[in-house]
Design a protein around this ligand. Structure first.
Ligand SMILES: [Zn+2]
Length: 227
């Protein structure tokens, strides 16, 4: 009997190590692709989970990601930078966001896609937004990036497709809607002046860059309009 004890101890030790390694990887502290990150909380929820992917050598959290990856299907969508805006000295947050609004509305009116951005702060009265799009008519993927020296305020701003003709969904809409929308199919008119129901599921407050005004929501029944 005694001669089996070292073997049993060894097997038990191996099993313990395996459990610890599994726990370590499962807890998120294990090896991970350093170029991929998942937003800690959705800025604007999509029907599918997605991750941001940066090119090699890029600074995560600062540089514009190259694409978003939908792990469940392996699909990838390019993310396109639309430019950066920073507040001027003395310009308050709402005045700054009004400038962001005009830039986003101008883009959406021209391209029919949503423009999206994370609102960042330098902690000293300065604000910035790096605007991006995934070329979706009705979806945003808010990139978790700020200009260097700025940090996220966990608030996002985005614009909607313009209220003109009917629009066709894009490949990005099809993928981000989990195929509820189909590429090239028409869907109802866009409503650029109102939050959509899913907008309320994201971070609070959330901001809408609308053609006529800037809107802030703190939930579906708490909407503030800024002229
Ligand atoms: Zn929206």
């Amino acid at each position: 009997m005694t001669k089996f004890i070292p073997w049993l101890l060894g097997a038990a030790l191996l099993a313990l190590i395996a459990v610890l390694v599994a726990w370590w990887i499962g807890s998120g502290r294990g090896p991970a692709d350093p170029a991929v990150t998942r937003p800690p909380d959705p800025a604007l929820p999509a029907a599918v989970d997605y991750e941001f992917v940066w090119p090699d050598g890029a600074a995560r959290g600062t540089d514009v990601p190259r694409e978003i990856l939908i792990p469940s299907t392996g699909q990838r969508l390019p993310l396109i930078g639309l430019g950066d805006l920073s507040s001027k000295p003395g310009e308050d947050k709402v005045a700054f966001l009004q400038r962001v609004r005009r830039a986003m509305v101008e883009f959406s009116d021209r391209q029919t896609y949503e423009a999206c951005g994370l609102i960042c702060s330098d902690g000293n009265g300065g604000y910035s937004v790096r605007m991006t799009t995934v070329n979706a008519v009705a979806h945003c993927a808010v990139a978790p990036i700020c200009l260097r020296g700025h940090v996220t305020m966990q608030q996002s701003i985005h614009s909607h497709c313009p209220n003109r003709a009917q629009f066709r969904a894009t490949l990005a809409d099809e993928i981000l809607s989990g195929r509820a929308m189909r590429r090239n199919r028409f869907f109802g008119r866009c409503d650029p002046d109102n939050f959509s129901t899913t907008d309320f599921d994201g971070w609070r407050p959330g901001w809408l860059a609308a053609p006529g005004a800037l809107y802030r929501h703190d939930g579906p029944r708490r909407i503030t309009r800024f002229e």
